[in-house]
Structure formats: C-alpha cells, structure tokens
Design a protein around this ligand. Structure first.
Ligand code: PMP
Length: 410
C-alpha cells in the first residue's frame, strides 16, 4: 500500500532497526525528536570508512589520509549546499547542537557581552539553549530575558518586539519546539532583531529533520543542529556562522589542527572552520552526516513535509477522541510532535505500559522545564514522528493508548 506518491513502506525498508520486535510485538518508534533511526546507506558508509578509509585527517601526506580528509571535507561541502551557506568555511563540525550553542555562548558571549547587556531567548527553549546563556550572563553581569509563550504554545510576538532594545546584544531562539512541536516564525524574528543590529542564533535541531533550511534566506547569524536527529550518527552536529562573525571570535577549544604556529611565547590560529575544530574530530560521523543528507535529498524535504502534515493531522484527530486526554501545545504550525497528558494517569506509567505494546514514546519534561511550568504541567507523554512512520502505526498507538489508560484507571 502507498500513502499517495510517498511510498512509506518502501522507505521503511531502508531502516533496519524498524524491523525490530519489542516483547514480540512490532516496534512502533515514536521518539524521533530524541533521536532518529539510521538508514542502511548511512550505516554501510560508516562501515566502509572504517574498513577502507580510516586515517587521521589533514595531517597525513599518504593516500589513506587523503581519502579520509577528502571524505570529511566533502561532507562539509554537502552541509554547506544543504543549508545554502555562501561559503564552506562557515560550516563547523561540532558534537551536536549543545556543543554548537556552548561554542557561541562561550566564544562570542565572552568577547562581546558586558555588564548590563541582555540576551534574549524564549520560554520554549530546550535546556541546551538556556543554560549556556545563563552561565555566560552570570559571568558577565548580563541579563537573560525571556519571550513568553501563550496557552497554545506559540510565542507572543508583541512581547518579543517589546523586549528588543539597545540593551539586547544577542537573540538565541529555536526554530521548532522539541516538546510541543510549535514552528516559530523564525524569519520574522530574525528580521526584527536585525533592525536593532542584533545577531541571532537559530536552534534548528527540530527543524532540520522536517523542514528545508536556507541560512541565506533566513539571514541568521548562527544556526545549529544535531546529526543524530536527521538520520545521521550521534556525536556529530553542525554550527553555521557568518564568516565575518566566526573570524572575529576567539577559539572555543584549543590544541592540534586549529593552529598556524605554536611557540611557548605565542600561538597563531587558523581561520574558521579549523579554528573551531581542535583535535581529531568525529571523522566517520561527519561522513555519515553527508550520506544522511544525500539520502534525504533523494526523497525531498517538501514531500517529507507534506506527508508528515498528514501524519500530524491523523494522530491529533485519533488521540483527541480519548477521554480525559489533553494535548499540550496546539499551535497553528507544528511538526508531527504531539505532547499530551491524561487525567488520572501519570505520563511515566503510560510510557512504561505502552512499551509492552511495542510503542516507544518519551515521557518527562523533554529538557524544557520552563515551558512545561508555563503550560501548567510537570511532565507529558510525547509522540514524535518521522517520515518513516505510518497511519497504521498511529492507529495501533491510539488503540494501545486506550488499553493502557484503561489498565491504569482500573
Ligand atoms: N535543541 C533542541 C530543540 C533539541 O531538541 C535538542 C535535543 N533534544 C537540543 C537542542 C540538543 O541536542 P543534542 O542533545 O543533540 O546536542
């Protein structure tokens, strides 16, 4: 059976793990916002790297080191093209979104923030986009300002505009919420910040698996995402930064491969991206990321988005019928991530019992404690879908959820 022109059943065959059985039942993997499964092509590329190309990069003059360096740098080109950055030098490989944000908060923040300055984030940020800014603000005597969200889980745009002022030195904001799925009007936010000449970092961790990202069109100053959420391995991620900003920033970490000359008196550094890639990087991870990007490009982000919107509508409709279930986050524009609570049933109990049905969902605060506080809950169940999930899985999930709730309440 096909779902329109999008043959999800053919695509599922590309992901070996999706054939897994849990307690004898077919796995329904609905925790894609935490991490995605990997297509065989990515897994095989990593195996090929270790079987045939493994050598350290940039330093060797021999054949294998060339192969390895070219594959690593080739992935940088793929990332550049994929997010439409003007230059390959603007792409820095990091461990993930967390490291990318820490790099900017430490390097840009430590150089540019001073007492009394303000950094603007939002109430729906992942902890990874709160804590690094909180720490650097504390260190510098700067203030963290927070754009509130409304009851539906959308940013209150008037408040965003009100909070922007000459005191605001940086805006760091997410594109898409990991816990409730809201898609923010990111381009408008960036345009408004730029009217005050404020640089903007976009946390695109949850946008990258679902939406096309065009840094030229967005005109963001920095953007981060993690490879493992876009069907690539863990341990690799991307920091995009405008070249002029990156080259004005001091190194974040230091050591080998990021220097021009070293003496005991003085060290000089390479330009970006190498200035920010100290030591041996995750070479296989970067190569796997390039392969994941190629894989997604063969499907097409617009087809993925169209299909995922159908998944979102279906799951919203299916679980809305359940007695006592409250959907947390009802923004107009969402990715297929749905958070919910059920009266009289703790999220942890739901998550534990539904696992016995073969369904993997996430329970807890999803690293967004301030957002959940704002929405009046301490924990939710979260089902987060990817393009390889099906309508049939949603139907199974809704039935399993009904069974689990009945068990808990009886
Ligand atoms: N930001 C958002 C919106 C996320 O969803 C996540 C991961 N859940 C992160 C940042 C941090 O990503 P990582 O743990 O891969 O560094």
């Amino acid at each position: 059976m096909q779902n329109g022109s999008f043959d999800v059943f053919a695509l599922r065959k590309d992901f070996p793990l999706l054939l897994t059985k849990v307690y004898g039942k077919p796995l329904v993997y609905f925790d894609n916002a935490a991490t995605s499964q990997k297509p065989r092509t990515v897994i095989e590329r990593i195996v090929r790297y270790y079987e045939h190309e493994n050598a350290n990069i940039h330093r060797g003059v021999y054949h294998l080191s060339d192969l390895s360096s070219n594959a690593y740098e080739g992935s940088r080109d793929m990332v550049q093209k994929n997010i439409n950055a003007s230059k390959r030098e603007e792409i820095i490989f990091v461990r993930g979104a967390t490291e990318g944000i820490n790099l900017v908060a430490s390097s840009w923040g430590r150089t540019n923030l001073k007492a009394g300055d303000e950094v603007l984030i939002s109430q729906m940020e992942h902890h990874a986009n709160i804590v690094p800014w909180q720490l650097i603000c504390q260190e510098k005597g700067a203030f963290l300002k927070v754009v509130p969200v409304d009851d539906s889980g959308e940013l209150i745009l008037e408040e965003f505009h009100k909070l922007l002022s000459e005191k605001t030195k940086f805006v760091s904001i997410l594109y898409v919420s990991n816990s409730i799925g809201t898609i923010n009007p990111i381009k408008t936010l960036i345009e408004s910040a730029h009217q005050f000449n404020i640089p903007v970092l976009v946390d695109a961790c949850q946008a990258a698996p679902h939406l096309s990202i065009d840094v030229h069109d967005l005109d963001c100053d920095f953007l981060v995402y993690s490879g493992h959420k876009i069907f690539a391995p863990t341990g690799i991620g991307v920091l995009y930064g405008k070249e002029i900003l990156l080259n004005a920033m001091p190194p974040y970490q230091s050591g080998g491969d990021m220097i021009n000359t070293v003496s005991f008196e003085k060290t000089t550094f390479k330009q970006a991206p190498h200035k920010f890639e100290a030591g041996t990087p995750d070479i296989a991870g970067a190569i796997g990321l390039g392969t994941a990007i190629e894989y997604i490009n063969t499907i097409g982000k617009s087809k993925i988005h169209e299909y995922e919107q159908k998944l979102l509508n279906h799951i919203t409709q299916k679980i809305s019928d359940i007695d006592g279930l409250r959907i947390i986050g009802t923004a107009k524009n969402k990715i297929p991530v749905i958070s919910f609570t059920v009266e009289g049933a703790h999220p942890m109990d739901i998550g534990t019992l539904i696992d016995f049905e073969g369904v993997a969902i996430r329970t807890g605060n999803h690293c967004t404690q301030p957002l959940l506080d704002r929405l009046g809950v301490t924990a939710t169940c979260r089902a987060s879908l990817a393009f390889y999930n099906t309508m049939e899985e949603i139907d199974f999930f809704a039935d399993a959820l009904n069974r689990v709730i009945k068990k808990i309440k009886n």
